[in-house]
Design a protein around this ligand. Structure first.
Ligand SMILES: [Zn+2]
Length: 380
């Protein structure tokens, strides 16, 4: 997820963890800790330049810092910082609550990043395999609203409270203005926001935070259920015949959990990999939830030879490295890119340009993530 959601999660957890009788200094330490810990795994962006682009970003972001082992290392760093007398003094007698906050805020980052189709590989070094939630868009306005209401109400500084409220109102409106978000979804969100604000207004700080956290988790659980409904609708009318489905990549539209984008990867008897795309509207195929963007029939985006892809992976170490990330690999015009991030091979941040002749030098500092498409690359 983006850092606004991570920050709101950190602030929410800090509101729950901070003692009711906290001093001003204690309160400040808890909120800074919540915000930092909830964002810290994205520190990998600082060193992703150790491998040239785009591989550096693709392989190091959501890399080692987004693993359980990485979180343990961050917790050890936090322990070292709390050895400083001034920090220890500021935490005072609330050290148990403080360490719960560190653990939950760090864990919240991994959990939230695991919800979308970008993936994480949390069990390194025991397993280098990617895991994909496929239940949340990477920028989800419902998350901002469900967490934001309590964070705004709990912000004591008047200037900070109004600035945050203005940001949380402006972002969805901007999304509507640029055509990324449908206005009916934003209107529904505004309605829920009003009800939630009224319900939380009279409660104390930790209760507000707890209720908004439960609301967020309920939204995610509902999204898991909707994910199941999407799979069922796809399987009901299966036009793929004998072709073997390798992967079904699902992604709900932002702010609109009733419209999903689906990518399907299939392998047929002629060893061709086909990537097809459609939209799925809920609750039924007749629903108009996808509006003008509805494309309920499967459309083939690419068809490529699996032996050629395997050969390329064997001969070209840059492509081989890229395949540690690519889940929907598409080849075209000397480029390989991941169709999760756009239906075109070009103009997609994941695109890697390669040449027919192998590069003279392989990219440095590569990790060893299990290629998401090991199912077609198993022979190299
Ligand atoms: Zn992250």
């Amino acid at each position: 997820m983006e850092n606004l959601t991570h920050s709101l999660l950190g602030a929410t957890l800090a509101s729950i963890a901070v003692p009711r009788t906290a001093t001003v200094v204690q309160r400040r330490v808890f909120f800074i800790t919540g915000l930092l810990a909830a964002n810290l795994p994205d520190a990998d962006l600082v060193y992703s330049g150790i491998t040239p682009p785009p591989l550096g970003y693709l392989l190091h972001h959501r890399g080692h810092t987004h693993t359980i082992a990485g979180l343990v290392a961050f917790a050890a760093l936090a322990w070292l910082i709390t050895r400083l007398p001034r920090v220890r003094e500021a935490i005072g007698t609330a050290s148990a609550r403080f360490w719960w906050l560190v653990a939950l805020a760090l864990g919240s980052h991994l959990l939230a990043d695991g919800w979308n189709n970008y993936g994480i590989h949390p069990f390194f070094p025991l397993s280098n395999q990617w895991f994909y939630g496929d239940v949340a868009y990477i920028l989800e306005p419902w998350f901002w609203m469900l967490l934001g209401v309590a964070v705004v109400l709990n912000t004591r500084n008047r200037h900070g409270r109004w600035s945050l409220a203005a940001l949380l109102i402006a972002l969805p409106l901007l999304g509507v203005a640029i055509g990324m978000l449908p206005w009916p979804a934003i209107a529904a969100m505004a309605g829920v926001c009003c009800v939630l604000s009224l319900a939380l207004r009279t409660l104390d700080e930790p209760r507000r935070a707890l209720i908004s956290l439960v609301a967020l988790l309920t939204f995610v659980v509902l999204s898991w259920n909707l994910h199941g409904a999407v799979v069922r609708q796809i399987n009901q009318a299966d036009p793929f015949g004998a072709a073997q489905t390798l992967d079904l990549i699902l992604n709900p539209r932002p702010a609109n959990p009733l419209c999903w984008d689906a990518l399907r990867l299939t392998r047929d008897a002629t060893a061709m990999l086909t990537i097809s795309q459609r939209t799925v509207a809920l609750p039924s195929a007749e629903s108009s939830a996808c509006g003008r963007d509805a494309a309920p029939e499967w459309r083939t985006l690419v068809r490529e030879s699996i032996p050629e892809l395997q050969q390329l992976a064997r001969d070209n170490c840059e492509v081989r490295a890229w395949l540690q990330f690519g889940r929907a690999p598409a080849l075209g015009d000397g480029l390989i890119s991941d169709l999760r991030f756009g239906a075109a091979v070009r103009g997609n941040f994941s695109a890697l340009r390669f040449t027919e002749t192998p590069p003279p030098r392989c990219p440095p500092n590569l990790p060893n993530w299990t290629p998401p498409r090991s199912d077609v690359l198993d022979r190299f």
